[in-house]
Each structure stands twice: as C-alpha cells, then as structure tokens.
Design a protein around this ligand. Sequence first.
Ligand code: SAM
Ligand code: SF4
Length: 335
Amino acid sequence: MKDALIDPFAREITYLRVSVTDRCDFRCVYCMVEDMKFLPKKDLLSLEELDRMCSAFIELGVRKLRITGGEPLVRRNIMSFFNRMTRHLDSGALDELTLTTNGSQLYRFAEDLYSAGVRRINVSLDTLDEQKFARVTRWGRLKQVLRGIDAAQSAGLRIKINAVALKGFNEEELFTITEWCHARDMDLTWIEVMPMGDMGTEDRIGQYWALSELRDQLAQRYTLTHLLERTGGPARYLRLEETGQKIGFITPLTHNFCESCNRVRLTCTGELYMCLGQEDMADLRAPLRNTADSPKALEEAIRKAIRLKPKGHDFDYSRQVISGQMTRHMSHTGG
Ligand code: SAM
Ligand code: SF4
C-alpha cells in the first residue's frame, strides 16, 4: 500500500473529479457564453492518458471518481473510458464511479453506464418548464433530458437532480420541483450560483438566490430537520418530515465548508486544481506525457501538488461586491 495523499491541513484526498471535455451541447447562461471558445483537441488528454492519470490517483488512495465536464457524455468514445475504470471497481480499489451530466445523452448511454458499474448519477436540471429550460440552457431541449432520466431510471441508476437556484427564475418552481423529485424517487440538491467565468458582475448578483431564503420558503410548507451527515463536500442536508425527502444544499458562498474538503479536480488538459475557488493549479500533463514509462514521476508530481492544496476559497458576496471571483469557467474545472 502506498502512503495516502494528505494535504498540509491534514485532509486526506480520496475524491477526484475529472473533467473529460470542456465542450458541451448546452450553453447554460450561468456557465458559458454563447460563442464559447473551446480548447484545441490536441491539448486534451486522450482517453488512454485519462485512464493512466485516474489509475495513478486511485493507487494513491482515491476511492471516488466523478466524471464531469463540459458535458462528459459528448466526448467521443467516452464509454470506453468508463469501461476501463470498471476494473478498479471490480478490484475493490474504487468505491464509486459516477458522473454529473446535463442528461441530454442519457437516453443513449444509461444502460452502458450501468453495465460499467455506475450506480448513481447527478443530473443538472433547473426548471420543468420547456420554455424556461430553453432559455436557461440556450440550446437544450427539456423533452430529451426527461427521456434520458426515464432511461436512466429504467436502467437502474439512482438519480440526484442538481438545480442551480436562480432569483426570479426557478423560485416559483421550488415546490413543483421538490414534489416532482419525490414522486420519481430522486434526490434533490440546490446549488447557489457561483462567480465563475467572466459573465458580468451585475447579472451575477441579480441571479443570486440565497439558499437560506429557499429554506425559509420550504419551511412554510414542510417541517424541516437538519441532518448532520457530511460528505466532505459543500453539501448540507435537511429532511422534509412530511415526505421523508432529503434535500441537499450547496452553499459555497454563505458557509465555509473547506475544513473537511477531501477533493481535487482534474481538467481535461491535465491541470490539477486543488481548490475550486483558487487559481493555483499544477500541470500533471507534462509529467504524464514525459514519463510514460516511469509512473514514479507522475506520483511525485501528484504528491507535490497535494502539498499545495490551500486552506480554502475566498468567494464572498456579502458586500454586494464579488470578491474572490474566478475568471475560469465551471466547464473548465468541472462543476
Ligand atoms: N454538463 C454537466 C452538467 O451540467 O451537469 C457537468 C458539468 S457542469 C459545469 C456541473 C454543474 O455545475 C452543473 O450542475 C451546473 O449547474 C453547475 N454550474 C455551472 N456553472 C455554475 C455556476 N456559475 N454556479 C453554480 N453552479 C454552476
Ligand atoms: Fe454545459 Fe453543464 Fe455548463 Fe450547462 S452547466 S453549459 S450543461 S457544462
């Protein structure tokens, strides 16, 4: 057994999120500009390189792998990558292989994902209204996503819906979305919008709907119990006593969750971001490419990067001025 990856604040790194592409078939307004410029394909890690990289992390103690993007299911041949990762589930080295998707391609891949060992997935969906869906995703079609969700449930995949809370947009759907998830036996997590990418300060603040407000609205209809469970991430949970439903809240801006952070993020070009909210990163592509036959050099580069993991992020909306804003888009690091 190799030594675990422990950062300078004694946090063990057991969770790797991997963005396998920066491309997407949607253009969600809080995530991308419409004429988004994408990376040249040659800069991307090949699927074989992604396999070597993920396997190196797994050997160093990573037990959960989340595949994200951009939209992971639009990467060509992506199922062959999932199939390669199955061996780590089979060997017991990996506890969970999962993905975050916009759902547009699920109708094609749901069964293959299940066969590869995926059991739970996150599907991002902010509204159940067709026109609003088209507005927020710019290019997406709600029907296609709902068809994908049906296919995923039929294949046996457990679904968690991730909805970004947007002021004046999906506020009025709070109860509809909650009831819809309950009726379909899906979990639900609300995400506070984060200052990622350069998309205009005023818009961003206008879009911000504090989850504390959302919680207060839920409390008007349900009895809420705060749950203590933690996942090492920014999510907090509460239970609606009337239905038994568990609702997650990801509030990176109103709470500091960094003390228990167990994760790092790899971009599709092999940059490792030790914190979603900081610019610091380590290039792992060079050690991966230069030392194809010397895994030791890659291991050293990973260990060195983890030693640089910062204590936390600096997002702060509290004075209606965005400090700690990132110029990088979420599709680059993977949400
Ligand atoms: N395309 C996939 C999807 O949409 O699920 C995976 C990548 S996407 C970048 C991952 C998550 O990040 C999605 O749930 C999306 O809603 C969220 N996201 C994107 N931009 C965000 C922002 N500025 N603030 C909060 N969440 C954001
Ligand atoms: Fe694409 Fe996901 Fe970003 Fe929407 S949130 S544009 S689906 S990467």
